[in-house]
Design a binder for this molecule. Sequence first.
Ligand code: CP
Ligand code: NVA
Length: 314
Amino acid sequence: MKSIAFRDRDLLSIDDFTAEELSAILSTAALLKRQPVLAGQVAAGKTMAMIFEKPSLRTRVTFEVAMTQMGGHAIYLQPSDIGLGTREPVKDVARNLSRWCDVIMARTFKHETVRGLAEYASVPVINALSDLEHPCQALADFLTISEYKATVKGRKLAYVGDGNNVAHSLLLLAAKLGMRMAVGCPAGYEPDVAVVARATAIAAESGGAVEITPDPVAAVQQADAIYTDVWTSMGQEEERQERLRVFPAYQLNAALLAHAKPGALVMHCLPAHRGEEITDDVMESPQSVVLDQAENRLHAQKAVIALLLGLAPL
Ligand code: CP
Ligand code: NVA
């Protein structure tokens, strides 16, 4: 475990790391959750630049709290502050920030933007959601699943709704860790074909499996956890009316939940639109772990930051 090197790497995609490395991030996060003191002051004197092209509650607060708890500091750069790619090219922003800051976190529209930051920055860049992936969310989600289910390998995660950025990172992480994942989504809203192909190839090695189906009931059968996310992601607002028409059969409600294993976890990355992708009763049910997921963003990201700044895996 100690031979795994994280220092100065980027986290743009779940696929940037091996299964062994991802497991090391998750075990470090679990230990830091129980014993925060183990991170020491790994971020003392260090500054994180937080670039946001989109709104955020959880991501902004958890990254900032993570830096504070580890002795460091974070600077929030709101969408209008820096005009990424408009006021100034991505490569100039990346090279300037690298002269002052020790790590960069970015929430962008295009995945190419976060890739461009990583290409030109000389410090680690963390993807805090792009249109393609949300890797920090998936890490927090698997930390949550592992807290409720003794083993992750061989279990089934069902995702119902839009085949989006969150679904992509979950597919890749499930495949890496040998979990079965079924995505129930309407035709035309499937996850990206390249991501599905990559996850399928990884799963073939790990003992996991990937299934994409238009049937939400088939997706959730035998599931240990059911996950959903908004039907209209940030940046897709003009498609909202059409999406409201297409997605209702994929709502996570009591009737759909009844088709999963008894006691299946109910998961959502939040923010949730109650009455759309999830009903209020399901969201508030004892099976719902959405607030654990939100809390675990902090612990997972503390692990990621600490490891990229040079902490040995715990
Ligand atoms: N889940 C998540 O990333 O939440 P925010 O958009 O509030 O950061
Ligand atoms: N898929 C959602 C996730 C929000 C955390 C979005 O991109 O808006």
